[in-house]
Design a protein around this ligand. Structure first.
Ligand code: R5P
Length: 289
């Protein structure tokens, strides 16, 4: 049985099972009331709730997960196509909270498993240390297929070292070369990216690949460097398009061409459907396996 949080219904409907809504009523004072109408007694329940703009979603999610247990669900899996707070995986400055393990310690004990798409694993190298039975879906095949259809002779470019894993995977599947740049971030919207050396790949169209676009300043800074070298407008493919205010404008200003992202987060660019790969990960293994 699939339970969909508000805003997750259309993705949930393509995951292959009966879908029931989790109702979240917002009281005028900002508190919320969660209601589950489905009969979940003895059921294996997948709760679909993508966690972009997470803070208002998290308390209703805690309530829903606890309620499912009280109502007798036999197994509860959280399906969070975008798993928030994974970038805060370290105390970068004195006194900062390390959010990634805090989130896991808050939700992990309430579920029997987690399914997510390309979490930002960097200093934390595996979800196993944080979450019960995590399953990671990789969007690379979907990104590579989109590029194959829309860009001729791509050169895949990662804007920073952290993107190397995603760029490498997509380039490998697309059978095209890749390179990774260096980034320096001085603030939320203040980013510098090194000048790429493209001499080895004349005539190719640059395709920037990243797991997350938030302010999009990382992609914009990389695109601006490419345009300085006289490349054609670079395409951008992103797994999770969080798109904070001003992100789209920053990309346009930097001279980006096509932009595509998956529908782990609903954005104007989410034209790459992750549902088939997600459904595959959720399906029970065939008999006898
Ligand atoms: C961090 O390394 C991530 O992979 C992204 O590069 C980063 O979150 C993008 O942030 P923004 O879009 O705000 O530059």
């Amino acid at each position: 049985m699939i339970l969909a949080f508000p805003g997750n219904g259309s993705l949930a409907a393509r995951l292959g099972g009966p879908v029931h809504p989790v109702h979240v009523h917002q009281f005028p004072d900002g508190e919320s009331l969660v209601r589950i109408e489905a009969d979940v007694q003895g059921a294996c329940v997948d709760v679909v709730c993508t966690l972009d703009r997470p803070d208002p979603k998290l308390f209703p999610l805690v309530v829903a997960l606890r309620t499912l247990r009280e109502l007798g669900a036999a197994r509860i899996r959280l399906v969070a196509p975008y798993l928030c707070y994974m970038r805060q995986d370290r105390r970068f400055h004195p006194g900062e909270g390390v959010s990634a393990p805090v989130l896991a310690s808050m939700l992990g004990p309430l579920v029997d498993g987690l399914v997510t798409v390309d979490p930002h694993l960097h200093r934390i190298t595996s979800l196993d240390t944080l979450w019960p039975r995590p399953v990671v879906v990789h969007a690379a095949p979907a990104l590579a297929a989109w590029v194959a259809e829309h860009v001729r002779d791509p050169l895949f470019i990662g804007p920073d070292e952290e993107s190397a894993q995603w760029v490498g995977a997509v380039a490998h599947l697309a059978g095209a070369p890749s390179t990774v740049l260096r980034k320096e971030r001085r603030g939320d919207r203040d980013v510098d990216v090194s000048l790429p050396d493209l001499d080895r790949w004349p005539g190719r169209t640059p395709v920037l690949v990243d797991d997350i676009a938030s302010t999009a300043r990382t992609l914009a800074a990389a695109a601006a460097q490419l345009r300085r070298l006289g490349t054609p407008p670079p395409a951008c493919v992103v797994v999770h398009a969080l798109f904070a205010e001003g992100a789209a404008e920053a990309l346009v200003e930097a001279g980006v061409g096509l932009v595509a992202s998956t529908n782990t987060v609903i954005a104007p660019t989410s034209v790459i459907d992750i549902a088939p790969l997600l459904a595959q990960a959720l399906a029970p293994p065939p008999e006898g396996v």
